[in-house]
Design a protein around this ligand. Structure first.
Ligand code: 5AD
Ligand code: SF4
Length: 484
């Protein structure tokens, strides 16, 4: 499991997870669909849009693919390993289809976009190929596939944001939900396939975002995470934006990310607001000050650095230097002293030397991240790096460096968690502890997992509880609830 290593739950760790839908009583629908999602939170959020479109077209969700009329895989292309996982799942579904020939298999998302018709050609592994901007076409494509036609739509759009579609919450704990605020990406990080699979960046109508968050709050949710590939470049202009940009700006028709964040935070002080992902070049002081003004905007920033070496950062086309990034960390700590921080790291990028690698390790030490998502470089066809640079670091070296980064991060996580012993945090309960149903599990504002015994209190999922930390591991704070 060296390909991707996070010290807490992450997109990659959710790979292979399938939804056990709470929503759909499939008895009331004509047909049943089953969906499995891979990759980032954005993909999980897209599956909820797909579920909504399918519900409207007579398909109810099932958690058992063996009884499904339609099996969908919402796929990720970010690393080769992610694609391999999807392929092996497809072979399993293909087997099931042998005994149930009427069953349709569809590939959605980034891998569909990257490989297009190839999927239909390869041993006819699937019946439908649908890119991330083509989900509205699903009913038509299903109709085509049912009559044995090639069903492919991988058109990318400059406008599609699915703003008017109310996502159907799948596999939800009823406490926290993702809300997509934009799609696509205009950055051209040289290692990354996303600009090719998800197309140009576009921001979703701010009014529909605030409405979706309000609806979630009204139906009992306590936390929303605003999602985008690069949330800090959220920018929406619209006639209806008048009055959206905050007090005193009734004529302003522009909504920036900071303004959006504030709008969502103002829905209710008991609604927590998170966001992901920030790009170091775009996160502004305005965002940091907005966070400081609202206690319910969580003190947590995921700020991918990728490498600690300025030379490698340049090759990666990240558009900042090591020093610039470190200054950003200082700024965050100055404005939000109690802010949790995490990052993404890639080891063994093209031409990376031992010295570059040491720069990454020393940057980690400086930033004192609470958590990192760590990967070794996986060349993706068509990317700038694949075209320009040689993937010249041997896999062994990539993995050894990854291992060193992981070890250091584990140490830092433990040190940071130990420093929390004795502190009191407000924790939002999101379910039972994985280890024991006698304990609650939740998160503090800094996004750290906190567990504490249920005994002695009468709390439930979705409650806020003050917890005093008494012990910890590298990944969890352990405490007791303060009875109020
Ligand atoms: N190889 C390894 N890791 C990658 N990431 C993106 N592309 C690649 C790649 N080709 C990592 C980056 C990014 C995270 C989502 O995945 O660290 O921030
Ligand atoms: Fe994977 Fe990136 Fe697509 Fe998300 S956007 S599913 S991480 S390739």
């Amino acid at each position: 499991m060296l390909e991707s290593l996070g010290t807490s739950s992450h997109d990659e760790e959710r790979q292979g997870e399938s939804y056990a839908p709470l929503v759909a009583d499939s008895q009331n629908y004509r047909k049943k669909f089953y969906i499995e999602s891979y990759g980032c939170a954005m993909n999980f959020s897209d599956s909820e849009i797909v579920a909504s479109i399918l519900n409207d077209n007579g398909f109810g969700a099932t958690a058992n693919y063996e009884e499904a009329d339609l099996v969908l895989l919402n796929t990720c292309s970010i690393r080769e390993k992610a694609e391999q996982t999807v392929r092996s799942r497809l072979h399993i579904f293909r087997q099931v289809k042998r005994s149930r020939p009427g069953m349709l298999i569809g590939v959605l998302g980034c891998m569909a976009e990257r490989l297009k018709e190839k999927f239909l050609q390869e041993e006819r592994l699937v019946d439908m190929v649908v890119g991330p901007d083509a989900y509205r076409a699903l009913p038509v494509l299903i109709g085509e596939a049912e009559t044995g036609q090639k069903a492919v739509n991988v058109l990318l759009s400059r406008e599609e944001t699915y703003a008017d579609i109310s996502p159907v919450r799948l596999d939800s704990n009823g406490v926290a939900a993702f809300v997509s605020i934009m799609r696509g990406c205009n950055n051209m990080c040289s290692f990354c396939v996303v600009p090719f699979t998800r197309g140009r960046e576009r921001s979703r109508d701010a009014i529909s975002i605030v409405r979706e968050c309000q609806d979630l709050f009204d139906s009992g949710y306590k936390e929303v995470t605003l999602l985008g590939q690069n949330v800090d470049s959220y920018y929406w202009i619209g006639e209806e934006a008048a009055g959206m940009a905050g007090p005193g700006s009734a004529t302003d028709t522009v909504v920036t990310f900071a303004a959006l964040l504030e709008k969502v935070a103002l829905i209710d002080p008991s609604l927590r607001v998170r966001f992901s992902t920030s790009h170091p070049k775009d996160i502004t002081d305005e965002v940091l000050h907005t966070m400081a003004r609202h206690e319910n905007i969580c003190r947590y920033i995921h700020l991918p650095v990728q490498s600690g070496s300025t030379r490698i950062l340049q090759l990666m086309n990240r558009t900042y230097t090591r020093e610039w990034y470190l200054a950003k960390i200082d700024r965050i700590r100055a404005i939000l002293p109690d802010c949790g921080l995490s990052t993404d790291i890639i080891t063994g990028f093209c031409s990376e030397t031992e010295e570059d690698h040491q720069d990454t390790l020393s940057l980690l030490e400086y930033a004192r991240y609470d958590m990192s998502y760590m990967f070794f470089y996986s060349e993706r066809p068509g990317t700038l790096a694949a075209r320009r640079y040689k993937d010249d670091i041997p896999e062994e070296t990539k993995k050894r460096r990854l291992d060193e980064v992981v070890k250091l991060q584990k140490k830092l996580s433990l040190v940071n968690n130990c420093a929390d012993i004795g502190k009191i945090f407000e924790v939002l309960i999101d379910g039972d502890s994985k280890r024991s149903a006698e304990d609650w599990k939740g998160r503090n504002s800094q996004n750290k997992v906190v567990v504490f015994p249920k005994a002695g209190g009468s709390y439930q999922k979705g409650d806020y509880v003050r917890v005093k930390v008494e012990d910890c591991t590298g990944g969890t704070l352990i405490g007791t609830a303060l009875l109020s």
